[in-house]
Write a protein that binds this ligand. Structure first.
Ligand SMILES: *[C@@H]1O[C@H](CO)[C@@H](O)[C@H](O)[C@H]1NC(C)=O
Ligand SMILES: *[C@@H]1O[C@H](CO)[C@@H](O)[C@H](O)[C@H]1NC(C)=O
Ligand SMILES: *[C@@H]1O[C@H](CO)[C@@H](O)[C@H](O)[C@H]1NC(C)=O
Ligand SMILES: *[C@@H]1O[C@H](CO)[C@@H](O)[C@H](O)[C@H]1NC(C)=O
Ligand SMILES: *[C@@H]1O[C@H](CO)[C@@H](O)[C@H](O)[C@H]1NC(C)=O
Ligand SMILES: *[C@@H]1O[C@H](CO)[C@@H](O)[C@H](O)[C@H]1NC(C)=O
Ligand SMILES: *[C@@H]1O[C@H](CO)[C@@H](O)[C@H](O)[C@H]1NC(C)=O
Ligand SMILES: *[C@@H]1O[C@H](CO)[C@@H](O)[C@H](O)[C@H]1NC(C)=O
Length: 389
């Protein structure tokens, strides 16, 4: 017979299973991010580290020291970062789920983020872009190198996959080398890894976001600011409900390199239900009608803007070609139901490098599950995405 004691034990074990702290549960996450006397109150205490540069409340005063303290295994860890500015580069190589949370009273509003991670670097000739990034998520250096030419750096066969589920909530990553486009200055570099970026801001001028080889990156409810080719890469990026701030016009907003694989791939950048706008009113008058949606970094570039508001900064003909010309019939520079003053139907009808998709043509690219792939090409690789944000 089941004694009352074992019944109580069973219920306790059952409820702790059901009620385990869950990063994707907004109440759990917000409880941890809120300010409290013991900063880890509301967090998953066994698995959460606290970083505090100014308050003297933690042995970790940099985010990278906390990241470096984590074992290189498949266990899950959370790092809560206290409000403040951190001048450092963060580099996550481990495979296990790794979640960075910023302290905030306003977890549903990126504009109120209180944590900035700031670095200043530029890829002078001879230095790979990888070295400039404020945040890097990749198993090793080779996986993160951009390289050059149509196929970029030849990442050696056998390079392991890095983080299978990396996330940030309520953090800003800034590369403030120069207040204009000079040379590549990355705020994010993610390759051979899956990463979700929620209520997260990325600020630079050139090449702000790099989604490298076998990189899968999902962005929602955040902001990305830049001037030149500021979403670029080889992997797959899904950018949803994101404020895309134009700090000037250069190149295009997007610039991708397609890759030939033994399986069909949908590597590319998908900007969905987002808002493309001049960063402020003074730059708005300078860039009116001038910014391109993208340009082909190699001829197999794939970039789709869908159901996105475009302000008057966007040029009437949308996408452009590279100089010298690269656009050909393997290039996919497309739009689906964009709107706003930057969507000029007359201009688009005359455009040479910009295609309007029909619904049937858009459907194969219309959800994260239809575009995110495993390294061996299986679609539906979305377990690492927080769809509740
Ligand atoms: C982490 O572990 C993986 C799997 O064992 C290994 O391939 C990788 O080289 C390790 N990374 C580091 C930085 O030691
Ligand atoms: C923190 O960094 C932000 C962004 O660069 C800056 O606006 C702010 O002034 C900085 N705050 C302090 C206290 O340095
Ligand atoms: C990231 O850390 C790994 C392991 O220490 C190192 O090999 C690699 O060079 C670093 N990446 C960058 C871009 O600095
Ligand atoms: C990085 O790539 C170079 C060039 O292919 C290779 O010689 C080197 O062994 C690789 N390093 C690692 C850690 O895989
Ligand atoms: C407007 O944005 C541009 C580009 O970021 C910047 O250089 C300029 O200082 C901003 N002006 C104002 C008034 O904020
Ligand atoms: C992909 O294959 C096509 C056809 O062989 C070739 O023309 C193209 O240059 C290749 N692209 C890349 C990026 O390797
Ligand atoms: C694409 O262009 C190539 C080279 O110009 C040509 O051989 C091929 O037939 C074209 N493909 C399609 C589908 O138009
Ligand atoms: C729309 O594009 C056409 C063709 O480029 C151009 O003549 C017209 O001025 C544009 N309209 C606006 C409002 O920019």
């Amino acid at each position: 017979m089941l004694g009352i004691q074992s019944l109580v034990l069973f219920l306790a074990a059952f409820s702790s299973l059901v009620l385990a702290w869950d990063i994707s549960n907004e109440n759990d996450r917000h409880g941890c991010q809120l300010y409290s006397r013991n900063p880890l109150e509301g967090c998953d205490r066994d698995r959460t580290l606290f970083v505090d540069a100014v308050g003297g409340n933690s042995e970790f005063t940099t985010v990278q020291s906390a990241v470096a303290s984590l074992p290189n295994n498949t266990d899950t860890y959370i790092i809560l970062v206290a409000s403040g500015n951190y001048t450092e580069q963060v580099n996550v190589t481990r495979r296990g789920p790794t979640y960075l949370l910023g302290q905030t009273r306003h977890p549903r509003n990126q504009a109120y983020n209180t944590v900035n991670i700031i670095w200043s670097a530029i890829a002078v000739p001879g230095l790979d872009n990888a070295f400039t990034s404020t945040l890097t998520v990749a198993p090793n250096l080779n996986a993160s190198l951009t390289g050059s030419g149509p196929t970029g750096f030849a990442v050696p066969d056998g390079t392991p996959f890095g983080c299978v589920d990396f996330r940030t909530y309520n953090l800003n990553f800034i590369n403030d080398f120069a207040p204009y486009s000079d040379d590549p200055s990355l705020a994010l570099s993610i390759s051979y890894a899956n990463g979700g970026f929620y209520y997260t801001g990325f600020y630079s001028y050139q090449d702000t976001i790099y989604v490298g080889k076998l990189g899968n990156a999902y962005f929602k409810n955040g902001e990305v600011a830049g001037e030149t080719d500021f979403f670029y890469g080889f992997g797959t990026a899904w950018v949803e409900q994101t404020s895309i701030a134009l700090r000037n016009c250069g190149g295009g907003i997007t610039a991708w390199k397609g890759t030939n694989t033994t399986f069909p791939n949908k590597y590319g950048v998908y900007i969905v239900n987002s808002n493309v706008h001049a960063a402020n009113t003074s730059i708005a008058s300078v860039i009116k009608g001038k910014c391109a949606l993208g340009r082909p970094w190699n001829s197999q570039m794939r970039s789709i803007f869908a159901r996105t508001y475009l302000d008057a900064s966007i040029r009437p003909t949308g996408f452009i070609d590279w100089d010298p010309a690269r656009y050909d019939n393997s290039t996919m520079q497309a739009e689906y139901r964009n709107y706003g003053p930057g969507y000029n139907a007359t201009g688009r009808a005359m455009a040479e490098f910009d295609v309007q998709l029909t619904e049937a043509q858009y459907v194969p690219y219309s959800t994260p599950a239809r575009v995110f792939q495993t390294p061996d090409g299986r679609f539906g690789n979305t377990d690492w995405i927080d769809f509740d944000v």
